[in-house]
Structure formats: structure tokens, C-alpha cells
Design a protein around this ligand. Structure first.
Ligand SMILES: [Zn+2]
Ligand SMILES: [Zn+2]
Length: 249
């Protein structure tokens, strides 16, 4: 989608405001520093983003042609029923997501919002009458240290745009888990098991977990198990990006 198409999707009032804003306050691409529009990414950098290619509908990992689910999901289905990630977690996707996570600055949030808007418009998961969006909870101590939960900041504009309530109080991270970086896939699974509890009862058919990055899937697996045990029939996962390789056990 080019910028003209992008702006056609916004309302007249937003368009007017954006045109005035661009005149008085020139915007520069977060990646190459060229003049750009309110997505905060220029046309070239937008097209060069590592957009997700053919992926398993269940886990979001690379998939060969003429299949919808990968062999791993067919033989050992995860607790979640579907996954969609806008980008592969590589090159500029890493700098955008880390920039957002560690600076919490509006330009990164704006760029990620534009990416998610583009990727989710007409997406079947969003269109399948999702009842709730659940941002991946952080442990309260970690949230206090960081000052915000990036999954919440990603979920909020998605909920507003697509008219789906955001339930940030549905689940809690009960245990302070070890930092996952440096752990193997098996260790991550053990580290995350039982990390989440329901904070309140819920009756919903379809819950979508929102996260910034999926690495091995151990965290979304743990949260999905918690939601399924609470009676949610269908659990999907939407993330900005996914590590595009299968982790060794
Ligand atoms: Zn650029
Ligand atoms: Zn799969």
C-alpha cells in the first residue's frame, strides 16, 4: 500500500490535520532520515521492511507451499489456534521494536501502529469476531522498572481501530520468570510454565493475545494454556514480528 492509499483510509479530519502538521513540522524517516509522512517511515524503507511471507497459520513460522500448517503443529499442536505476525524479526524490524521498547517514544509507536494497521486490515483473525484483545502481561515489578508495557501500547490502537475491547486486567504474570534471552527452547518452556493466572473470570469465545515479538513461542504457549484452562474456546496470537527460524529444542 502506498502513502496515498494509506491516507485515503483515514478520515477527512485526520487528513487535513496531517497535511497541516507536515507543513509546519517536517517528519523524517526513523530508518534513513529522509522526509516522510506520518507513518514515520519513507516509501523505500516501508517497502523494504521484512514483511512476513508464507507462514504456518497456527504458529506463524515459515511454511512450504500448498500447506496451511507446519509439520510441528500438525504433530504437536500448540495451545493457541492461530498466529499472525506482520514482520519477520530481522533487520529494521529489530531496530523499530527495540527503539519502541526502550525509548517509549511516539515516533516508534506511530510507525508500529501504521505497520499493524496495514497488516491487519482485512486480516481474517481480526474479522472473525474476536471478543477481546489481551496484551501480553509483564510482571508488575518488570513493568515498574520499564515504566510501561509495550504490548499494551500496541494493543490499544488496534482495539480502537477495529472496535475490539482491550482486556489488560484479564491475566496476570504471577511468577517473576528468568530473562528468556540465552535460554534454549526447552528451558524457555520450563521457565514459562505456570507463569500466568487468570485475574478474573471471563466469558469470551475468541481471545487474541497481542505481543511485540514472538521468539520461541514459549510465552504465548503459557498464556494460551492459562486462557484455554479458563474456558476460552479459541485463542489467537498477533504480534508485530516473529523470529523467523525454528528454535532447536
Ligand atoms: Zn527511509
Ligand atoms: Zn506451525
Amino acid at each position: 500500500m502506498n502513502s496515498a492509499q494509506f491516507f485515503r483510509r483515514t478520515s477527512y479530519a485526520e487528513n487535513w490535520f496531517e497535511r497541516v502538521l507536515e507543513r509546519v513540522w517536517p517528519l523524517f524517516c526513523l530508518i534513513c532520515n529522509q522526509r516522510c509522512d506520518l507513518r514515520l517511515l519513507c516509501e523505500d524503507c516501508w517497502h523494504e521492511l521484512p514483511w512476513q511471507e508464507s507462514a504456518c497459520l497456527r504458529c506463524g513460522l515459515p511454511l512450504g507451499v500448498s500447506a496451511t500448517e507446519c509439520g510441528a503443529c500438525l504433530s504437536r499442536p500448540p495451545a493457541y489456534d492461530a498466529t499472525f505476525c506482520a514482520l519477520r524479526y530481522e533487520s529494521q524490524a529489530i531496530s523499530l521494536i527495540q527503539g519502541f521498547k526502550y525509548t517509549r517514544s511516539m515516533p516508534y509507536g506511530r510507525a508500529i501502529d501504521a505497520i499493524m494497521h496495514h497488516a491487519l486490515t482485512m486480516n481474517p483473525l481480526i474479522g472473525s469476531q474476536a471478543s477481546l484483545l489481551v496484551p501480553m502481561p509483564l510482571h508488575p515489578v518488570r513493568q515498574r522498572e520499564r515504566g510501561f508495557n509495550q504490548a499494551m501500547e500496541i494493543a490499544r490502537p488496534i482495539g480502537k481501530r477495529f472496535g475490539i475491547p482491550v482486556a489488560s486486567d484479564l491475566c496476570m504474570r504471577e511468577r517473576m520468570t528468568r530473562v528468556q534471552a540465552g535460554l534454549s527452547a526447552k528451558e524457555r518452556k520450563g521457565n514459562m510454565a505456570g507463569a500466568f493466572v487468570m485475574a478474573r473470570p471471563v466469558s469470551a469465545d475468541h481471545v487474541i493475545i497481542i505481543d511485540d515479538v514472538i521468539t520461541t513461542g514459549a510465552t504465548v504457549q503459557a498464556l494460551s494454556s492459562c486462557l484455554k484452562a479458563a474456558g476460552i474456546r479459541w485463542v489467537s496470537v498477533i504480534a508485530v514480528a516473529r523470529v523467523w527460524t525454528r528454535a532447536a529444542g
